[in-house]
Design a protein around this ligand. Structure first.
Ligand SMILES: Cc1cc2nc3c(=O)[nH]c(=O)nc-3n(C[C@H](O)[C@H](O)[C@H](O)COP(=O)(O)OP(=O)(O)OC[C@H]3O[C@@H](n4cnc5c(N)ncnc54)[C@H](O)[C@@H]3O)c2cc1C
Length: 327
């Protein structure tokens, strides 16, 4: 693709200026990632929709970014038009409208201040609402999918309003995370929240935040790197697994990684946190390849010890020189 030649037609649609070769490590919480072929930050929903439709009509590959808190971007970068979504309008009410570039935590704060409950679990999840939708983000047994009424999106070049079912949500998953998803820009949503006393809402959120601070390492990470494992037989044969988890048939990925003796294990600048084994952290000089090699080592060790294939929660994107490239 001739990216230089695309700058001018793209710029005609945009309120600001698209850029070539923006280093994506500036925009990811792992602090790794090479350049975007083309990069544009949009603050305007209609512009976001317009660019998405133009890209589809012209066969330009697009990658949408929120806060980059669930991404492992290749050192070689992303051969696509990367649209950084900063569309942040919202209208708070029992039916709340929000554009998908809103920070998930800000959405919680604004709705909590209005005495609306439902988003307490979002405290401490650092991404945008758009990223939360794609991975059905959640914590403490709540997920964003449970609150949705409707989504405004552009899919395969067509602007439409769809019901939540369209996303085919499951645990930390939606159709947009699966292989060959329809090219889709999530623009805005309507959410249903429940009126409650402000003090009670903030109290619950504070408790969740306290638990997070106790568990999570402060270094650069992308949160939980692997998904927890739902396997009742495995849960029953593991010694020391807390009873509620055994009963629910859930094995935390961090439990398996720690049991393989991998806390503190490092490849280059990427390291398994000593505080929480499912957090892979950047010691300051990591590359994306370090993280990928570390993740592979963990996957192999857990498979050899427990016969379990860990599934990644963090999305690998860009040019990895391998067949499973995304996008
Ligand atoms: C310290 C820490 C703690 C975390 N804790 C949790 C947790 O408790 N629970 C949890 O679920 N996650 C957690 N995460 C992971 C992450 O924050 C969430 O998955 C978050 O919702 C990702 O949002 P983002 O804006 O950063 O998305 P990004 O990482 O920028 O993107 C993620 C995916 O979403 C797609 N995407 C983003 N916006 C759009 C859009 N508008 N339209 C179409 N596609 C889009 C991207 O293309 C990409 O495929 C944590 C991360 C960190 C760093």
């Amino acid at each position: 693709m001739n990216w230089d030649a695309l700058i001018e037609p793209l710029a005609r649609l945009c309120l600001g200026a698209p850029r070539r070769a923006e280093p994506l490590r500036r925009h990811t919480t792992l602090r790794v990632g090479g350049p975007a072929a083309l990069f544009y930050k949009t603050h305007d929903l209609e512009e976001f929709a317009r660019i998405s439709q133009w890209a589809h009509q012209n066969g330009v590959p697009v990658f949408i970014m929120g806060h980059g808190s669930n991404l492992l971007v290749s050192d070689r970068g992303v051969p696509a038009l990367v649209i950084y979504n900063a569309c942040r309008q919202m209208r708070v009410g029992a039916e709340t409208y929000a554009e998908t570039g809103v920070a998930f935590q800000e959405l919680f704060l604004k709705t909590a201040q209005a005495g609306l409950s439902g988003l307490e679990f979002a405290v401490g999840i650092p991404g945008t609402l758009g990223g939360a939708l794609v991975s059905n983000a959640g914590a403490y047994r709540s997920n964003i999918a449970d609150l949705l009424l409707e989504i405004d999106l552009v899919s395969e070049g067509v602007r439409q309003r769809v019901p939540p079912d369209w996303m085919q949500f499951s645990y930390r998953d939606s159709r947009l995370r699966r292989p060959n998803p329809p090219p889709t820009s999530l623009l805005a949503v309507r959410l249903r929240l429940t009126p409650d006393c402000r003090r009670a809402i903030l109290g619950r959120a504070r408790e969740f935040q306290r638990q997070r601070i106790l568990k999570q390492p402060p270094e650069s990470s992308a949160g939980s790197f692997f998904k927890n494992v739902y396997d009742r037989a495995l849960a029953e044969r593991l010694p020391n697994l807390p009873a509620p988890m055994r009963e629910a048939g859930v094995v935390p990925a961090g439990y398996l990684i720690e049991a393989c003796g991998l806390k503190g294990y490092a490849v280059g600048g990427a390291c398994v946190s000593r505080k929480h084994a499912n957090f892979l952290i950047n010691r300051g000089w990591a590359t994306a390849s370090d993280f990928h090699a570390l993740a592979r080592h963990i996957e192999r060790a857990v498979y050899e010890t427990y016969g379990v294939q860990l599934e990644r929660e963090v999305l690998r994107v860009g040019d990895w020189g391998e067949p499973e490239n995304v996008p």
